[in-house]
Design a protein around this ligand. Structure first.
Ligand SMILES: Nc1ncnc2c1ncn2[C@@H]1O[C@H](COP(=O)(O)OP(=O)(O)OP(=O)(O)O)[C@@H](O)[C@H]1O
Length: 277
């Protein structure tokens, strides 16, 4: 398949998903969570190319978690792509919000991915809400989705199944719902797109990623796929068929400290901040 045809099919699939699941309505303000990695960069490019035709506003948010030797390169890629696509980029950091970077606190956790995800989601939600954005678009792709579902399965955490699917519902007025325009796009195709089009993306692995359960699950699924080609697509298909929106237990309220949406009195970010003293 030639270059142009590959690009056309890839973007047509993403556009189809946006339209069939009504991920974006006319007049909306979408905040793309831009890490500088290939997936969020593709999300930025596709949304930037669609914003006039579908009539929505687009802003990018990037979060510097404070991972030395790694995040700087992602930030450069985020800045360069935002400039190329003429999208305003808002830069936030753990240091400005919480007074420390991930490297400073990583040792205190079994997996640094836990505080990293909790604090990043906190910043993304608050920033998008302050901006008046109606949805946050992330670069989660089909492989990420299969990994997340498998992780929930092996942990017996069925509540997380409610996070499956290309769009998440607004469950609290201050919680900006997330959309995943690459939900049915395999990671491999995103890599091919970035290389073929020479897009400036950040391809390094996070130095902490080997400590996460996701990394083990990812390796397992990739080994299964190479021994049984097509297995990932079949797992995804099974998930789709059995997928039910699982009701979240309990009411979502506001964290008594920071005011962000939370299922407990203290949100996860404030709980971790308290543990860190
Ligand atoms: N530092 C960050 N700033 C803004 N958004 C982020 C950041 N890290 C992750 N995200 C968002 O969360 C999604 C999934 O995170 P993940 O850790 O898989 O990203 P990545 O592998 O670093 O980059 P990408 O998914 O863009 O290739 C990203 O696609 C992006 O939308």
């Amino acid at each position: 398949m030639d270059h142009e045809e590959f690009n056309r099919r890839l973007t047509a699939r993403i556009r189809d998903l946006i339209e069939s699941f009504r991920l974006i309505d006319e007049g909306e303000h979408i905040a793309v969570a831009l890490s500088g990695g290939k997936d969020s960069v593709l999300t930025l490019h596709v949304l930037a190319d669609l914003r006039e035709e579908l009539e929505f506003e687009l802003t990018a948010i990037t979060v510097d978690e404070g991972i030395s030797g790694y995040r700087e390169h992602g930030l450069e890629a985020a800045r360069e792509n935002a400039r190329l696509k003429k999208v305003e980029l808002i830069e936030k950091s753990f240091m400005d919000e919480f007074g420390f970077g991930l490297d400073d606190v990583a040792d205190g956790f079994r997996s640094p991915c836990i505080p990293c995800g909790v604090f990043r989601r906190w910043i993304l939600n608050r920033t998008a809400h302050e901006l008046g954005a109606s949805r946050i678009a992330t670069g989660h792709n089909m492989d990420d989705e299969i990994q997340s579902f498998t992780m929930s399965l092996v942990r017996g955490d069925v509540r997380k199944f409610s996070k499956f699917g290309p769009s998440l519902q607004r469950i609290h007025p201050a919680m900006v719902p997330r959309i995943k325009p690459l939900w049915n796009t395999p990671e491999r195709e995103v890599g091919i797109w970035a290389v073929m089009n020479q897009v400036p993306v950040h391809l390094e692995e996070c130095p902490y990623s080997h400590l996460s359960m996701r990394s083990g699950i990812k390796g397992f699924l990739n080994r299964m796929e190479s021994d049984n080609p097509g297995i990932k697509k079949r797992i995804m298909e099974s998930f789709r068929r059995i997928f039910r929106q699982v009701e979240e237990h309990g009411r979502i309220r506001e964290c008594i400290r920071c005011g962000e949406p939370s299922s407990a009195d203290l949100c996860k970010a404030c709980e971790l901040l308290e543990d860190l003293g």
